[in-house]
Structures are given as structure tokens and as C-alpha cells.
Design a protein around this ligand. Structure first.
Ligand code: GFB
Length: 308
């Protein structure tokens, strides 16, 4: 990408999209466009076509999606499947029509089989049944990956797919039933500390293992790959390190200084037991994660202090 190229960040108000906009600006890219929020719907082919026709972007970061944690996935399967298919089909097909130079599609680590070998290599995609708690989202994301690959095969488009592990950071959803585990737990424990609550209810038994990347690290990797990765297949983005949910909750508790109890509600589902990406492909291209767990959690706590 050159600094004068027109760059469309789809999903610019979301966690990932807003971090990409920040990172682009930090790196001297100033010609950044986004689709309006009012009277505009990415699920509408008409609206998307009109936007591309007027704006003619050179590069596209496709970070627009219906996304959330395990409970939101369970509660809204139609939205996770249909909204995501519509958004990504519209943007990818229109990017081809308007001759976008390069498009980056954001997939998710939930695309891999429930009983995948760990750490999960890119080639494990479609080697077994999916985790039922996020099956509908996974199917939509797999379809997005395949559509990018198909445009590359049939029309030679430089459309790539990146595959991040669980993402967190400032600006995330903090609602425990909508958001992902990291931001939900940070919020619950921070609030309990402020309000002198004796207990925080955490979901599941705390044994599942997850890998987390701070959104600013993800944005950094995304710019790096937009400028260096041009292959057919997906590439994982993560830290390669996983923690139990219990360890995450205890670390947050310590950083907040909360002295109450963490109570585990085992009537709630655990989801996939372990999910950690093999990031050797990303590392071999020359990118490594820079934001460690404690620094990342502290950045979210700072955000909560200033904004909530
Ligand atoms: O991030 P998360 O919601 O989804 O994490 P996944 C779920 C795990 O954290 C389960 C436990 O083991 C939950 O029981 N957990 C504990 C909590 N307390 C909480 C809490 O307060 N809120 C939440 N949400 N969980 C997601 C997919 O799977 O992975 C997404 O659902 C996405 O679509 C993401 O693909 C990468 O990690 O299980």
C-alpha cells in the first residue's frame, strides 16, 4: 500500500476495524474511507455497490461482521450465519467488480474442528466436525475464506484471509452475554471491585484454554500482512500462548486488586476445551506479537476508567 492509496476499512466502528484505522493513521496512511452508519446497510448489495461506485477503494480491510462471545453465538444463530454471509458476499463480490487491488478478509480461530490437534495449523481447516457453540459463525467465516480463494483461482484477485485468535482490547463489548470472555471478565471484576461486591460469577468451570491477542497487536499484524502476504491459503494471527479461563480471571483479579471471590457457574457451557493457534507461518514472515497479557489487560482497565 502507498500512503496515497484509498483504503476502505469495513467495520471501522468495531473493535478490530477501529484499531486498523488507528494503526493506518499512525503509519502515515491518510486516505482512509468508511461506509456511513446511517441509511446504509452492508447486508444490502445495492448499498454496497453504490458505495464502491462512488468511492472506488484500492484496498479493503473486511473487518465488518456480526461477532460476539459464546452466548451471543448460541442465542443468535441466524444472525451469525446470514448477516455474516450477506456482509462478506456483498463486499468481496463488489471488490472484484470494482477492481480492488487487494482485500483482506478477517476469519476467526473458531473455524477449526472441535477436536483439532493443538496448536492448530492452518491446514487443519475442514478436517473434522465444528464446535457446536459457534458452528453458524464458523460456517459463515469458512465460506468467506473460500470465496476469497475462489476469486483468486477464477479471476486472479489478490484476496487474502487472515485468521485471528480471540481478540480483546479497548472499545470491546463488555456485556457478559454478548461479549467475549476476556472483556466480559475484565468488566465484571472491575465493576465488582468498584462496587465492593463480594462475588463475581464466571461462566463454565474455568478449565478451557484460550489464546488472546490485543487488538492493537492484531492491527499491526494486519497492516504487515496487507503489505507482505499474497497467498491463496489462510494465515493464523496470534501469540501462540494459551491460558486457562481460570488463570485469566485470576490475573485480572490481581491487576484490579479485587479481594472478593471468583465463583464458577458450571451450568454454563465451556465451549471448545482448547484453542491455540500455530503461528509459525506468521513468525516465518517476520511478525511477532509485542503486547503481553498484563499490559493488554491494563490497557482495557485504563479504557474502562476513562470511558465507563
Ligand atoms: O470468548 P468466548 O465467549 O468464546 O469464551 P469462545 C467462552 C469461554 O469463556 C467459555 C467462559 O468457556 C465460557 O464458559 N466464560 C467465563 C465466559 N466467563 C465468561 C463471561 O463472562 N463471558 C463469556 N463470554 N464467557 C468464540 C466464538 O468462542 O471464539 C466467537 O463464540 C469467536 O464466535 C471467538 O469465534 C474467537 O472462545 O468459546
Amino acid at each position: 500500500m502507498d500512503s496515497e492509496n484509498k483504503i476502505y476499512v469495513a467495520g471501522n466502528t468495531g473493535l478490530v476495524g477501529s484499531a486498523i484505522v488507528r494503526k493506518l493513521k499512525e503509519n502515515g496512511y491518510s486516505n482512509i474511507i468508511s461506509s456511513p452508519r446511517s441509511n446504509f446497510d452492508l447486508k444490502s448489495q445495492y448499498d454496497v455497490e453504490k458505495f464502491f461506485n462512488i468511492n472506488r477503494p484500492d484496498y479493503v480491510f473486511l473487518a465488518a461482521a456480526r461477532c460476539g462471545g459464546i452466548f451471543d453465538n448460541i442465542n443468535y444463530p441466524v444472525d451469525y450465519l446470514l448477516d455474516n454471509l450477506n456482509i462478506q458476499n456483498n463486499i468481496i463480490s463488489t471488490a472484484y467488480k470494482y477492481e480492488v487491488k487487494k482485500l483482506m478478509f478477517f476469519a476467526s480461530s473458531c473455524i477449526f474442528p472441535k477436536e483439532s490437534l493443538q496448536p492448530i495449523k492452518e491446514e487443519y481447516l475442514l478436517t473434522g466436525p465444528l464446535e457446536p457453540t459457534n458452528e453458524y459463525y464458523s460456517i459463515a467465516k469458512i465460506a468467506g475464506i473460500k470465496l476469497c480463494e475462489a476469486y483468486r483461482k477464477q479471476y486472479g484477485c489478490n484476496f487474502i484471509s487472515v485468521n485471528p485468535c480471540n481478540v480483546y482490547g479497548p472499545g470491546d463489548k463488555f456485556d457478559p452475554l454478548k461479549g467475549h470472555v476476556m472483556s466480559s471478565l475484565i468488566y465484571k471484576i472491575w465493576k465488582a471491585h468498584k462496587e465492593n461486591q463480594s462475588d463475581v460469577i464466571c461462566f463454565g468451570d474455568g478449565s478451557p484454554e484460550r489464546e488472546f491477542i490485543h487488538v492493537d497487536d492484531l492491527a499491526d499484524a494486519s497492516l504487515f500482512l496487507m503489505n507482505s502476504y499474497n497467498e491463496h491459503g489462510i494465515i493464523n494471527i496470534g501469540t501462540g500462548i494459551d491460558y486457562t479461563i481460570k488463570k485469566i480471571a485470576e490475573t485480572i483479579k490481581e491487576l484490579v486488586g479485587y479481594s472478593g471471590n471468583l465463583v464458577w457457574d458450571t451450568t454454563k457451557p465451556n465451549g471448545m476445551l482448547k484453542k491455540v493457534l500455530d503461528v509459525s507461518k506468521l513468525n516465518s514472515f517476520g511478525w511477532r506479537s509485542k503486547i503481553n497479557l498484563n499490559t493488554g489487560i491494563e490497557s482495557v482497565l485504563n479504557y474502562l476508567e476513562k470511558n465507563i
